[in-house]
Ligand binder design. Structure first.
Ligand code: NAI
Length: 474
């Protein structure tokens, strides 16, 4: 079989499926090629839907419900006797969520006339695509435009190669059939903190080993300091400056050595970052440029050095985030269709779905300082926000960095429940150049946690009502 398309997308994660659907909407003939999983089932939706963002959020939610039932129900005057955990049901619910969403991608493909092809794609020297399906038969595809959206894979550490049993990645950590007594996680980034939170809430003793001296160095320092305190109080044992020297398997356990200490765990989870994945994708002799991190080199429009070949999402530079990938997919599809689309890479939100959540967009205080910007910062704690108190969610704060002269919002940093939802307001405010004063003067509904954003903006101009305006930093 040989088929020709306007657009061929390789990979069906948030980047790939968005590129394919948008191309379909714009009237292009489009095919999306996705390889099968180890058990030969299709994996539409990529890492995010199958083994990343979505299943982790399902388990974060279930584990938090369990944690609340045990620790908070009595505060609400609710007596629950005999709480017990059905891990198998928790995993079944997670799998159903994943299943529904992956089926949803398939439905959206049909709706937008995207042809879906199962198989492993290899790009030949003439930029045709050879696709090998589960039975080993070959399909030859040609396309005017090819979008590479093959994603990323967990970074492997030489001293602790994963074995899918006791030394594992986040993928296996989201499907453990028993609650391990002791878990060690290498890395305290988004994955380490989210996976650590899940299993800690379900009863595991979790130790996170982080080689850096600061937790979440990309976050605003005030947020990362506060997060460190909160997570420690929750029982997450986070050890900074912990450079591991070795990890060895000892019967069913893993033995870790760092500094003069040795630690034993049932599971070692490697969460030390992810690297772009495009193994066996390109035939020999294809002169595709890579960048210094080993990702596919692209310009701001996700164009590679080869005409008609684009690359988006985790396989290229920039943060490995699903929402960045999908917007790149949409941009590429629109530009292929002759529209003039671009992205504002300065305004990518970051979220960590712990409890409380952490979210930020724009510049941190350290960045503003480094750039020599004459800025002001203010923060408003959720402990002074009525809705947060009513919800027993008083931990954390909203912090705003504002250009002093222009009153322009440069960055918003939140640690608190629903930070992932609240941060969208900051994106809109920054993008539409809303001044802190204007944001603070809008009528927000009461009682809501969003009022903490309004109050932070008001604090910048000494107009806050529920906090002393003297608390504002100069
Ligand atoms: P990460 O890069 O965010 O964090 C990895 C951490 O591991 C770093 O702090 C690093 O210093 C540490 N590390 C590396 N090698 C180490 C070693 N040998 N010993 C001790 N510590 C070591 O990567 P992570 O958490 O694995 O996530 C991968 C990607 O997926 C990231 O780009 C992240 O943004 C994304 N992601 C985003 C999520 C979200 O937005 N909520 C959730 C999960 C992943």
């Amino acid at each position: 079989m040989s088929d020709h398309y306007d657009v061929a997308v390789i990979g069906s994660g948030p980047g790939g499926y968005s590129a394919a659907i948008r191309s379909g909407q714009l009237g292009k003939s489009v095919i999306c090629i996705e390889k099968c999983g180890e058990d030969q089932t299709p994996i539409l939706g990529g890492t995010c839907l199958n083994v990343g963002c979505i299943p982790s959020k399902a388990l974060l939610d279930s584990s938090y419900e369990y944690h609340k039932a045990i620790n908070q129900s009595s505060d609400h005057g609710i007596k629950i006797n005999d709480i017990s955990l059905d891990l198998s049901q928790m995993l079944t619910r997670k799998e159903k969520v994943v299943d529904d969403l992956t089926k949803g991608v398939s439905g959206l493909f049909k709706l937008n006339k995207v042809k879906s092809l199962k198989g492993f794609a290899k790009i030949k020297k003439d930029l045709s695509i050879e696709v090998t399906d589960e039975e080993g038969s070959l399909n030859l595809i040609t396309a005017d435009n090819i979008v590479l959206a093959t994603g990323s894979k967990p970074a492997e550490l030489d001293f602790s190669p994963t074995d899918q049993k006791s030394i594992i990645t986040s993928k296996e950590a989201l499907s453990l059939k028993q609650i391990p007594s002791q878990i060690i996680i290498i890395g305290s980034g988004a994955i380490g903190l989210e996976i650590g939170s899940i299993w800690s809430r379900l009863g595991s003793k979790v130790i996170l080993l982080e080689e850096l001296e600061q937790l979440l160095p990309q976050a605003d320092r005030q947020v990362s300091t506060s997060a460190m305190k909160i997570f420690k109080n929750q029982g997450l044992d986070i050890r900074l400056g912990a450079k591991i020297e070795s990890a060895e398997k000892k019967e069913e356990k893993v033995l870790i050595r760092f500094r003069e200490e040795s630690l034993e765990a049932d599971k070692l989870i490697v969460a030390a970052g992810r690297v772009s994945y495009f193994e066996d994708l390109l035939d020999e002799g294809i002169d595709l440029e890579l960048d210094s991190n080993g990702s596919i080199n692209v310009n701001q429009f996700c164009e590679t050095n080869l005409k008609g070949l684009y690359a988006i999402g985790d396989v290229v530079r920039g943060p490995k985030l699903a929402h960045k990938a999908s917007e790149e997919g949409i941009m590429v599809a629109e530009n292929i269709a002759g529209l003039n689309s671009s992205l504002d890479y300065e305004l990518i939100p970051f979220v960590i779905y712990t409890h409380p959540e952490i979210a930020w967009v724009g510049k941190s205080e350290d960045q503003a300082k480094k750039m020599g910007i004459d800025y002001e910062s203010a923060s408003f704690p959720f402990s002074l926000n009525g809705r947060s108190l009513a919800n027993k969610e008083e931990q954390g704060f909203v912090k705003m960095i504002v250009d002093k002269k222009k009153d322009a919002i440069l960055g918003v940093h939140i640690i608190g429940s629903n930070a992932s939802e609240l941060i969208q307001q900051a994106i809109i405010a920054i993008k539409t150049e809303l001044s802190a004063e204007k944001l603070g003067s809008l009528i927000f509904s009461h009682p809501t946690q969003s009022e903490a954003i309004k109050e932070t903006a008001s604090l910048i101009n000494s107009k806050a009502i529920h906090i002393s305006n003297r608390k504002r930093k100069k």
